[in-house]
Design a protein around this ligand. Structure first.
Ligand code: MN
Length: 435
């Protein structure tokens, strides 16, 4: 057993206040968060490292001369158009940067100089925070697995390997985009009525999946697994992930090798990396498995990970249709649920991914899989909410939906909350469908 490296420190003090005034009341980005991202100022292609504070961004290029020692070095590493170089060092340099920025943004004497390196967030564009080498999507939401399994295989919803193997598939990195990227409705092969060949047409069962993104830190040499005790050090932090899915393409293609074109036309992430260190106060015990479920195999078991390997993060999904936008109706909430719906911890995913010697690299993206709770109010996809398209949902304003229509915008949000801690948020993960 390895000691957990997620003890809160002075940078998590709920009473800490920034001289960036609005940050102290901000729902997502108070000084206790300091998430990392990559941004370009308005009208520019000059992508650079940034940190969110309230409604503003700290430009790390500008901030580096105001920081000292390793914090200054880390700010320069983060100014490479992606966060890969920073997290190639593991989490230590990012932690030094967090310490330095916390001091810079809380000590009023710094305000004069540091004010000059702040940008208004709404005048900047955000990129995917890492140059993603590889993307793996897991399937840790057991309620989702049961719900979807029941639609595809009513007699056999959960396959016998599920409780032993953290199930996953290799996704596609080239089509990962930051929040705000347009979703162009995909075409593909769709099954026809009995006896007729399939035809190619735009998907009529376009869906989202509410997931969290786990970003990796450091690396392991090919052939050398990461033990469960070490796995936490390989987690840079989390973002929100929308794994857009075309259910009609999926139903026709998914056997025998799993998802392919039903998933790789776009995946959207929220642009801020909320670091493992920022999430320290929100670590919580992995929920006990239901009676009768097998204990994970030894290589996936670590007492410290079981005690604090889950996250107190609440996620929500909203929809805004074109008609709602036109009428000025506020987005309609589709679901709300906890990240503790994961059957496996993030550390278990890292360890399982490398048990065969597979090498992870800094900035690999691991999706949790759709996180649904046990009841409909927390279902993380329209496939589940509409019961496979059989029960249309009623939206504020009188429209109904089974799957997404052109002009629909999906908005995902997430917040980490715990007693005695200042809550922090992930920003938004948005995408609008274009026909
Ligand atoms: Mn998925």
């Amino acid at each position: 057993m390895t000691m957990p490296d997620h003890t809160p420190d002075h940078t998590h003090d709920p009473n800490a206040r920034s001289w960036v005034g609005e940050a102290n009341e901000h729902p997502d980005f108070p000084v206790q968060n300091l998430p990392l991202g990559v941004f370009a100022p308005a009208g520019s292609e000059d992508w650079r490292g940034g940190v969110a504070i309230g409604d503003r961004l700290v430009c790390l290029r500008g901030a580096a001369p105001l920081l000292q020692g390793r914090a200054a070095d880390a700010a320069r590493l983060a100014d490479a158009g992606s966060l890969n170089a920073l997290f190639a060092q593991g989490n230590e340099m990012a932690d030094a940067l967090r310490e330095g920025l916390f001091a810079l943004l809380t000590e009023a004497a710094n305000a004069g100089e540091a004010e000059r390196v702040l940008f208004p967030a709404d005048e900047c564009r955000m990129a995917v925070p890492f140059q993603v080498g590889d993307y793996t999507d897991f399937y840790t939401g057991i309620e989702h697995a049961k719900n979807v399994g029941a639609l595809f295989r009513p007699d056999n919803p959960l396959l016998p390997n599920y409780k032993y193997v953290p199930i996953g598939y290799h996704g596609r990195a080239s089509s990962i985009r930051a929040s705000g990227a347009e979703l162009i409705r995909p075409h593909g092969q769709i099954r026809s009525a009995e006896g007729k060949p399939p035809h190619v047409k735009p998907s009529e069962r376009l869906d989202y999946e509410m997931e969290m993104a786990i970003w990796t830190s450091g690396s392991n040499p090919l052939g050398q697994p990461i033990s469960i005790g070490e796995a936490g050090r390989h987690i840079a932090g989390l973002s929100i992930l929308n794994d857009w899915s075309a259910r009609d393409l999926q139903a026709w293609e998914y056997q025998p090798l799993g998802p392919f074109l039903a998933k790789n036309f776009l995946s959207t992430v929220s642009p801020w990396l909320v670091t493992s260190t920022a999430l320290a106060p929100f670590r919580t015990a992995q929920p006990a498995r239901p009676q009768g479920d097998p204990k994970p195999l030894d290589y996936l078991w670590d007492d410290a990970d079981q005690q604090a390997g889950a996250y107190s993060v609440e996620m929500e999904v909203l929809i805004e249709t074109a008609a709602m936008r036109k009428a000025g109706i506020a987005p309609h909430r589709l679901s709300k649920g906890p990240m503790t719906a994961m059957y496996w911890t993030a550390a278990q995913l890292v360890t399982h991914h490398t048990v065969n010697g597979c090498n992870l690299q800094p900035g690999d993206l691991l999706g949790t899989g759709t996180l649904s709770g046990p009841d409909a109010a927390s279902f993380g996809s329209l496939l589940e909410l509409s019961n496979g398209g059989k029960n249309p949902l009623s939206l504020t304003g009188g429209e109904t939906r089974t799957f997404l229509e052109d002009g629909d915008e999906i908005i995902m949000r997430a917040h980490a909350r715990a007693d005695g801690a200042r809550s922090i948020g992930f920003g938004e993960c948005r995408g609008r469908v274009r026909g």
